[in-house]
Design a protein around this ligand. Structure first.
Ligand code: FAD
Length: 387
C-alpha cells in the first residue's frame, strides 16, 4: 500500500525532512510538501539582507531546487490538523490527507505581554521582515543628520539580536549613515546562555563596531517613540527590532496534540512522535524530549540534525519497527558580528573560543554545508562571500 507522507514548513526542519523522507520512503510513498512560502530561507543568515537586500538571492532557495520531481508542493497556510480524519487544513486550498505528517512550521516571536512592543517593533522571521528592516533603517538614516543621528534599537541579545546589530553596523559604515545602534538585553550579559569567554569576546566585538550595549534591565514598555527600560532608562528610537524570544505558532493552539500550555510548542518524544503516533514534530515548533531533561534547543543546528533522522523514523513506523531515538549533538556555535565572528566549543577544534579568520570561515562553512546539502555545491559556492 502507498502511504501519504506530508511535510509542513520549508525551514531547516521542513527542507531537511523532505530530503530524508524522499531518501527513506520516496520509492513507496506519495510525498506532499506544504509551506506558506515558495522557498526555503536560510534564516540563520537572513540578517545579512539588512545590510544588502541583494543577498536574498543567496539565502532564498526556490522549493523546486530542493525537492525531488515526484514530491508535490502546495503553497498554502496550514490552519489546522484534524487528527481523527488525518487531514491538514489549509487556507484557500482543499484539505490534504496524510498517513504520516511531519510538522516543521517553526516559531513566532514572543512579546511577553510587554505593552506596545508587538505594535511598534519589527521582528525577524522571514525574508520580508529582513527587507522591511533594511528599508526602515535606510529611510531613518536619510531623515537623520550627524548632529541628530537615527536611533536604531535592537531588543534581545541572543543569536538574532547580536547578528542583526552587527549587520546594521555594516550598513552604517558602508554608507557613512548617521545611525546610533543600541542593543538591549534584560539579563546581565549579551548572549545570555553562553559562557563568559564567549560573552566577553562578543562584547568586545560589539564595542569595536560602536554598538552601545545596555544590559541588566528588561524593556517594560514601548510607545511610538520611546523604549522604556527598567524603572528609569528611556531610549527614543526611529527603528525598533525585537528578537527577545520565541513561542509556538498561533495555529498550534487549536491542534489537539500535547503541547506546552503557554508557548503551544508540541511535545515530542526523542523519536519525534507527538501524542498522536502519526504526527511527528521537529525544529522550533517542537519541544523534543532529551536525556538532559531540557528540550532540544530552538536552533537551526538542532532542526537540521533532527530532520536527518525523521525520514528513517517514518520508514520504521510504516514497517512497524521500533523508532530510533535522537539526541541533539551540540557541534559548537558560530556567531557573526558584521564581518567578524566568534566561535566556541566547536567539535574537532582544540580551542574553546576563537575569533578571527577561523571563526569567519567556520560561519561561512556552516551555511555552505547546509545549502549544498539541500541543493548543490554550486549554490553554496555562490553564497560563500556573503555569509
Ligand atoms: C537572525 C537569526 C539568526 C539566527 N542564527 C542562528 C545561528 O547562528 N545558529 C542557529 O543554529 N540558529 C540560528 N537561528 C535560529 C534558527 O534560524 C531557527 O532555530 C531555525 O530557523 C528553526 O528552523 P525551523 O525549520 O524549525 O523553523 P523556520 O526556519 O522558521 O521554518 C518554518 C517554516 O514554516 C513555514 N510556516 C510557518 N507557519 C506556517 C503555516 N501556518 N503554514 C505553512 N507554513 C508555515 C515558514 O514559512 C517556514 O518555511 C537564527 C535565527 C534568526 C532569526
Amino acid at each position: 500500500m502507498t502511504e501519504n507522507v506530508v511535510v509542513l514548513g520549508s525551514g531547516y526542519a521542513g527542507a531537511g525532512a523532505i530530503k530524508s523522507v524522499e531518501a527513506e520512503v520516496g520509492n513507496r510513498a506519495t510525498i506532499t510538501w506544504i509551506s506558506d512560502v515558495d522557498h526555503h530561507l536560510v534564516l540563520h543568515e537572513a540578517h545579512r539582507c539588512i545590510r544588502d537586500p541583494s543577498i536574498q538571492q543567496k539565502v532564498r532557495i526556490p522549493i523546486e531546487e530542493i525537492k525531488g520531481s515526484q514530491t508535490k508542493f502546495v503553497q498554502a497556510e496550514v490552519t489546522g490538523l484534524d487528527l481523527d480524519d488525518r487531514t491538514v487544513e489549509l487556507s484557500d486550498h482543499d484539505d490534504v490527507s496524510y498517513d504520516y505528517c511531519v510538522v516543521g512550521i517553526g516559531s513566532s516571536t514572543a512579546f511577553f505581554g510587554i505593552d506596545g512592543l508587538e505594535r511598534h517593533s519589527h521582528t525577524l522571521k522571514s525574508l520580508r521582515d529582513a527587507l522591511d528592516i533594511h528599508d526602515d533603517i535606510k529611510r531613518a538614516s536619510k531623515d537623520a543628520s550627524r548632529t541628530e543621528p537615527a536611533q536604531v534599537v535592537v531588543g534581545g541579545a541572543g543569536l538574532s539580536g547580536i547578528q542583526s546589530a552587527g549587520e546594521i553596523a555594516v550598513f552604517r559604515d558602508q554608507y557613512r549613515a548617521p545611525i546610533d545602534i543600541h542593543l538591549v538585553e534584560g539579563l546581565d550579559s549579551v548572549f545570555p546562555p553562553g559562557d563568559p569567554e564567549v560573552q566577553g569576546k562578543l562584547t568586545k566585538l560589539l564595542n569595536e563596531k560602536n554598538i552601545e550595549i545596555h544590559t541588566g534591565e528588561f524593556i517594560t514598555e514601548v510607545d511610538g517613540e520611546t523604549v522604556y527600560i527598567g524603572d528609569e532608562k528611556e531610549l527614543d528610537y526611529d527603528v525598533l527590532l525585537w528578537t527577545g524570544g520565541i513561542t509556538g505558532r498561533e495555529m498550534a493552539a487549536s491542534v489537539d496534540l500535547d503541547q506546552d500550555e503557554r508557548s503551544h510548542r508540541f511535545q515530542a518524544e526523542s523519536t519525534f512522535e507527538t501524542s498522536d503516533e502519526r504526527v511527528f514534530a521537529i525544529g522550533d515548533t517542537a519541544l523534543i524530549e532529551q536525556p538532559s531533561g531540557d528540550g532540544a534547543p530552538p536552533t537551526a543546528q538542532a532542526a537540521w540534525q533532527a530532520a536527518e533522522v525523521v525520514g528513517e523514523n517514518i520508514s520504521r513506523s510504516i514497517e512497524g519497527r521500533p523508532l530510533r531515538s535522537w539526541t541533539y549533538d551540540d557541534k559548537g556555535t558560530a556567531i557573526s558580528v558584521g564581518n567578524s565572528a566568534v566561535a566556541s566549543d566547536v567539535v574537532g577544534v582544540p580551542f574553546d573560543t576563537f575569533g578571527g579568520y577561523g571563526a569567519k570561515a567556520l560561519k561561512k562553512g556552516i551555511a555552505a554545508k547546509w545549502i549544498s546539502q539541500i541543493t548543490d555545491y554550486k549554490r553554496a559556492i555562490k553564497a560563500w562571500p556573503d555569509m
